[in-house]
Design a protein around this ligand. Sequence first.
Ligand SMILES: Nc1ncnc2c1ncn2[C@@H]1O[C@H](COP(=O)(O)OP(=O)(O)OP(=O)(O)O)[C@@H](O)[C@H]1O
Ligand SMILES: Cc1cn([C@H]2C[C@H](O)[C@@H](COP(=O)(O)O)O2)c(=O)[nH]c1=O
Length: 191
Amino acid sequence: MYILFEGIDTCGKSTQIELLKKTHPEIITTHEPGGTSFGKKAREILLNDSLRSKRAELLLFLADRAEHYEEIVEPNRYSMVISDRGFISGIGYALANGDFDFDELVALNRFALKGHFPDRIILFITNMETLQERTSQKSLDGIELRGLEYLLQVQEHMKESILRLDIPHLFIDATESIESIHQSILTYLKV
Ligand SMILES: Nc1ncnc2c1ncn2[C@@H]1O[C@H](COP(=O)(O)OP(=O)(O)OP(=O)(O)O)[C@@H](O)[C@H]1O
Ligand SMILES: Cc1cn([C@H]2C[C@H](O)[C@@H](COP(=O)(O)O)O2)c(=O)[nH]c1=O
């Protein structure tokens, strides 16, 4: 089963994945961008926000996604694979960047994923107060530096995209306690 943990920066995805790895070491965990050796190189470029063209940025995220699917997801299709981010981040951030059409982004991501969208998506939903608090505790990468309002726009696009694509999902209140979220995820995944 291919599962995405999705949400904007600092919403708590990695924290939950680390907890799951401890309680369920059989689960294969990965991430985008950077889940493959090619992806690590792409991540360097992408997180520096050094590309002038938003289309070039999108295509590099899509290349990372295609390589990640081929190298990590497809070979493990009979295991539980949980990815920290995936194509919903791809659509959400690109829509917030402007100049892109939802249906076009869906088609491009379907191509990158060889037609295999994730089986489940868990979207962590945060708010401005929590976003401010948590981003103040870290150094921000190039994309995060686009601002908190931009990130909250991304979050709205992520939510709408999941609903439009009708993919089985769980919306998590990212402001709840770490343990409470962990229990909700265990129940949802039936593990
Ligand atoms: N439920 C929670 N309650 C309080 N703090 C939390 C919670 N979940 C995560 N945190 C804290 O918030 C910060 C960001 O968490 P985390 O790195 O898991 O987010 P993320 O979604 O993976 O972020 P990014 O996408 O930016 O990597 C960390 O300092 C973490 O300890
Ligand atoms: C997969 C993907 C990611 N992004 C953005 C979202 C974040 O700002 C960074 C990744 O940072 P993280 O610390 O690894 O979460 O990249 C994006 O804009 N488009 C995508 O497809």
